[in-house]
Design a binder for this molecule. Structure first.
Ligand code: BT5
Length: 245
C-alpha cells in the first residue's frame, strides 16, 4: 500500500475531510489525513470527539477493501488492531478492544475508531478515523485515559501514525482473503474485553443485559441473554461489575 499523508495543523474533522474528498474527486486508496487539532471532531451517532491541540493522534484513512457494507466491522477491527499492535511495540501497553470501536485500558477509553462508508460506482470507499489520546484524556470526559497516564511515556502523533500504517499493511491485505479475514476475526476475538462477563448493550431500541460471548464472522457482538444468544450489529456496551443478569 502506498500511503499518502496530508497534514493539517487544524481542520474541522479528518473524517469529514476524507468523506468530502471521496465525493469530490474520489482519490485512490491509501490517502491519510492527520491533524493537530479538530474543531468538530466526530464520534459515532453525532457524538463529539474532543482533544486539546497537539495531545492526540487524530487521523483518517481511505480504504477500499472490496467488502460488503455488512463487513464494515472487520475494517474497523483491522485499524483498531493495528493501533493496538503499534502501541504494544512503542510502549509495551496492550490495550483491550471494546466492541465495537474503542481501545481501552481497564475500563477507561484510550482511543476510538469511526468508520464511514461512501458508496461510489466502483464500489465502497471506507473512511476510517482513529483518535488516540497521547498526552491528555480529552476535556472533562469521564472514564478516559491517555498513553501518558497509562504508561508515563510521551509519544508523538507522527511516531504512532508511522507504526499504525506499518502494522496496517498486513491487516489491510488480510481483508482481501477468506483466510485473512478469519485470522483478523480471531485476533479481534482475542483482544476483546469482557468476554464471559456481564455487560449491558444499549441500542436505539432497547437495553439488554447478558454475558458477552465474543464476535461472529462479521464482527457482530454475541451476547447470551437467558438461554438465547443475541447478535448485535450496532450499540454501546458497558461492563456490569458484579452483576448477574
Ligand atoms: C468514537 O465514537 O469513539 C469514535 C472517535 C473517532 C475520533 C476520530 S479522530 C480522527 C477522526 N476524525 C473525526 O472527526 N473522528 C475520528 P464513540 O464511540 O461514539 O465515542 C464518542 C464518545 O467518546 C463521546 O460521546 C465522549 O463521551 C467520548 N470522548 C470524546 N472525546 C474523547 C477523548 N478524547 N477520549 C476519550 N473519550 C472521548
Amino acid at each position: 500500500m502506498v500511503w499518502r499523508v496530508e497534514h493539517f495543523d487544524e481542520i474541522d474533522s479528518t473524517n469529514t475531510y476524507l468523506v468530502d474528498r471521496v465525493r469530490r474527486d474520489d482519490p485512490p486508496e491509501g490517502l491519510v489525513a492527520v491533524a493537530g487539532f479538530q474543531s468538530a471532531g466526530r464520534g459515532r451517532l453525532d457524538r463529539r470527539w474532543e482533544s486539546p491541540p497537539g495531545t492526540a493522534l487524530l487521523c483518517s484513512l481511505l480504504l477500499r477493501p472490496g467488502l460488503a457494507a455488512e463487513d464494515l466491522q472487520l475494517v474497523v477491527a483491522a485499524v483498531a488492531l493495528s493501533a493496538r499492535a503499534a502501541l504494544v511495540r512503542l510502549t509495551g501497553l496492550r490495550p483491550g478492544l471494546k466492541w465495537p470501536n474503542d481501545l481501552v485500558v481497564g475500563d477507561a477509553k484510550l482511543a476510538g475508531v469511526l468508520a464511514e462508508i461512501v458508496e461510489r460506482d466502483g464500489g465502497l470507499a471506507v473512511v476510517v478515523g482513529l483518535g488516540v489520546n497521547l498526552t491528555s484524556e480529552g476535556p472533562a470526559v469521564a472514564g478516559a485515559t491517555s498513553v501518558r497516564r497509562a504508561t508515563g511515556l510521551t509519544l508523538t502523533p507522527a511516531a504512532l501514525l508511522d507504526l499504525v500504517l506499518e502494522e496496517l499493511e498486513a491487516r489491510r491485505a488480510a481483508l482481501d482473503s477468506g483466510d485473512g479475514r478469519v485470522a483478523l476475526q480471531r485476533e479481534y476475538g482475542d483482544a476483546l474485553v469482557w468476554v464471559g462477563q456481564s455487560v449491558r448493550v444499549t441500542t436505539a431500541r432497547e437495553s439488554v443485559d447478558g454475558i458477552e460471548r465474543g464476535v461472529d464472522g462479521r464482527g457482530r457482538l454475541l451476547v447470551e441473554v437467558g438461554r438465547a444468544t443475541r447478535c448485535f450489529e450496532v450499540g454501546d456496551v458497558v461492563h456490569l461489575r458484579g452483576a448477574t443478569p
